[in-house]
Design a protein around this ligand. Structure first.
Ligand code: SF4
Length: 255
């Protein structure tokens, strides 16, 4: 499809020796990276499906399913553009739902701010992976629901953050109630869209912090305080940035 607003291209990636063919339609004119988020989400889905197939072919099974939301009490790392998406999702909710969700964000944010958790998170990234893990587990042990969690299901499932999509386990679901590397077997994805999107779209300010992400519960506060200064690029330029920063891939042919 080629018209004034959109351009379509074909891409062949080589992920861990496996070919993956994708067709993508992207904005032809310069746009902010937020406009690219649905496309990045599609990419994440394609990579995840590839991993799921490989696991099933090897006789394994993903344990995650609707109704299990243990991971929805974790500190979800967002790319900055996802924080803006979350703010837009909340702003578009009808009342009284919007006020209720805003209140949940505020309560969760205060809960961790009052304990100095955000400072400890940044500090832990300067120390070691073990220290970082301790701070992540500390968050989880507080058992604070994600503001979007309803009856153990995600109320924004189609637009959920990339990190939520990428969190998959093959260990028994009940193991996720107690975070530990020994009992929780995470699915190793060949590439992580969430990392790549953070790299190419975060502001220099956020990327210069030790933890280069916005914890989900901080999203509304973050976007309130910080003006959106993202650059504009064409869809093709954003995708070129994306593929350049995607590890372990071969770059594409355009059709
Ligand atoms: S956004 Fe949805 S999937 Fe992600 S933590 Fe919140 S409820 Fe869970």
């Amino acid at each position: 499809m080629e018209n004034e607003d959109w351009v379509t291209g074909n891409v062949r990636l080589n992920l861990g020796g496996q070919p993956l063919d994708l067709q993508m339609t992207v904005p032809a004119k310069p746009v902010k990276p937020q406009r690219m988020l649905p496309i990045f989400q599609q990419m994440a889905t394609a990579f995840i499906e590839m991993s799921e197939t490989a696991i099933e072919n090897a006789g394994g099974k993903i344990s995650c399913q609707k109704g299990c939301a243990a991971c929805c009490r974790q500190a979800i790392p967002l790319a900055e553009i996802e924080a803006y998406q979350i703010a837009e999702i909340v702003a578009a909710l009808p009342e009284p739902r919007r006020s209720e969700i805003e209140k949940r964000f505020e309560t969760a944010w205060h809960h961790f701010a009052d304990r100095g958790w955000f400072e400890r998170l940044d500090e832990s990234f300067r120390l070691s992976p073990e220290e970082r893990n301790k701070v992540i587990v500390e968050y989880f042990n507080e058992k604070i629901d994600c503001p979007f969690l309803e009856d153990e299901a995600c109320s924004i499932h189609p637009t959920r953050p990339l990190a939520c999509r990428e969190y998959l386990v093959t260990s028994p679901a009940e193991n996720c109630l107690n975070l530990s590397a020994e009992t929780v077997r995470m699915v190793e994805l060949p590439v992580k869209t969430s990392d790549t999107v953070r790299k190419i779209s975060n502001s220099a300010e956020l990327n210069s912090t030790p933890a280069n992400f916005v914890p989900l519960v901080l999203a509304l506060e973050w976007t309130r305080k910080k003006a959106d200064e993202f650059p504009e690029k064409t869809g093709e330029q954003w995708m070129a940035d994306f593929f350049r920063n995607l590890t372990n891939s071969e770059i594409p042919s355009k059709g």
